[in-house]
Each structure stands twice: as C-alpha cells, then as structure tokens.
Design a protein around this ligand. Sequence first.
Ligand SMILES: [Zn+2]
Length: 379
Amino acid sequence: MSFNDIVNQELAKKILISAIKENKVNHSYLFFGPEGSGKKLTALEFIKALNCLEEKENRPCDSCSSCKRISKYLHPDMMSVSPSGSKQVIGIDAIRNVEQFAQLKSFEAKYKVVLIDRPEKLTKEAGNSFLKTLEEPPANVIIILLTTFPDKILPTIVSRCQKIKFLSLSPSEGIKIVKERFNLEGDKAHILYFVCSGKIKWMQLWLESDIWDLRDSIFDFLINIFSKEKLDYNVPLNLAQIIIEKISMFTDRLKKEKQHDTKEFEGVLSSAQIKNIKDLGQSEVEDLKKDMIKIIFSIIKSFYADILAINHDTKFIINKDKEIFLDKKSKSFPSAYLSQAIEELERDDNFLDSGSNLSLTFQVMFINLFCNAQQFPTK
Ligand SMILES: [Zn+2]
C-alpha cells in the first residue's frame, strides 16, 4: 500500500503529503466522507508517512520497520479507538486510555497517533473529556477522527480539527479500482463492490478469509427455502454452525499472529506499552470480526435483493455469477415473503450492533427465514 493506491482523493492526499513535507502537521484531523471512500486506508498511510524512517520524498516506504508495524496495527506508539460494548459507544474509559497513552513517552516514533473511528459515538461525558485532550494536546501526539457523519459530532470537537473531505466514487469507478487492485476476473469485482458497499476493508477481509464457498452454501440454503421437501430444522442450524466456525477460525488465526508478533516487544517495552499494543491488536481483531459478520449479513441481503431484481429489472443484479441459478427459482418466492425477509434482516442487522450472542442470532435468523416460508403456499 502507498498513497498511490488511494484513488480519487487527490485533494486529501495533497494536503496530507504537503503537511509532512513542510513540517506543518496539525495536532488533530477530521477525515469525513462516505463509507468506502478510503478514510481509514488514508489515515494508515498518513501515520506511516509521519513515522517512516526513509527519506522524506519516499515516505511512506512501506518496507522500514516502522511502516511494517503500523500496517499490521502493531506499533507501540499508535492507538485505535472504536465504539464497543452493548451500546456501541465510545465511553469515558476509552478516552481515559487515550489520555494515558498521550502522556506516555514515545517508544520510537516521531509522532504518536490516536485513531478515533466514528467519534459521533462518543458519550457526552467522554466527548467533554476528549475535548480537553484536543484543547491541550501533548507535543507530538496526533489525533485523527474518522467519520461518515460529521454533523453528529460535538461542534466544539469539530472546530478543533483540520477537516479533510473524502469524495464518493461512482460504482463504475469503484468497480474498476477493485478489479485492478485485487487482480480479479469476471464478475468478482462487481459482486465484491456491491456486497461490501464499496468498502475496501471489507473486500480485503472477504478475500483474505476466502468466503466464496460460504456464499455458495448460504445461497444454496436460501434458494431451497421454497422447495417442497419436508421441513428439516437441521439445515438452518448447520448453516449457522458453518458460519460461526468460519468466523472463529479466521479470528483465532489473527489472534495467534498478533500474539506472535507482540513477542518481539517483550523485555523492550514497558508493561503499559505492551498493554497498549495488545489492546490495539485485540481491538483490530474485534473490528474485523464485526466486519466479517456484517459482510455475511450483506451476502444474505444481496440474495433477496437479487430475487427482487430478477423479477423486476435484471440490471440491478449484484451476484451476476448466480443469475441463471437464481432465475430458475425466483418465481417461487412470493413478494410478501421477500419484503418480510428483508425487514427481518434489517432488524437483525441492527441487533448485531448491540453485541448479541452471535451463534444464536444466526440460528434464529435462518430458522425464521425458513419457517416464514412455510406460511406461504408454494407456487
Ligand atoms: Zn517506511
């Protein structure tokens, strides 16, 4: 990755690169713009460039020890905060950790950086406390806020930050970029782009965890919901189990990698710094897990959206590779069932945000989709 891989955000990149070149880096930035416009990727490149060990013109080099650690979210001088807990907020404890982190002596970096993802989720108490940190930032600490909803952030916080706007991409531009970036053939870029709502991070996660097979299993289950065969509850339960296993396998692997990578710091860093690195790794794994669940939900939603599209206007089909497969049985789906299913999925999607029991959520969701189908006469 480098700044060159971030497309269509020329102004944002220009501002950030010249800030580094001219040594005029601000204490706090607000990156705002639509989902999938590359805010987090740009922030990561910016953090790398700030601390890169190479000559100024070549920053970020992507190969020095600093760049590598930052790419892996494994740098003792970097901290990331995002909403958590059953209410999905950023609470006062998280902000106290930020304050503590800001006071710690830097391990090796020129700039210590705090990333705050979705600052609109700061509780009132946390927001007020955070404002103090923004007003009197310790030297060499840079805070980057990332949001899609700048209007929902405390205006006093917004006014303290340099605002960097990110533009949205058109779908055709987005698909082209995805195709080139991940070297994808056929319809894959189109599918990834729409199921992942243009979010590069989700697409990376999809490809790393390789969930194409999982998508096939989900589609096989959903398409057969209206078959005339006898109701077998094991089918939805098994599918929920396969999904949970896939998610755990992926997150376990990530956790192991993080543990391994943290070892090099033992005996070198203070215990507070080690804790920060572990927290950083842990919160990154948790974020990826949440993203993975959202992707799976999005796959399920795309199935229903496509059944609707096939019956109305095929140019809106997301899963182009499945068009013939879906077309065969799409007529057996009553439209009342489709709207009920989509409504249900929206509800479950919101429910997931509140940190629910994952295994149970998937089981209940599949059983509901399954049982609801039984109420409709098959065509
Ligand atoms: Zn570097």
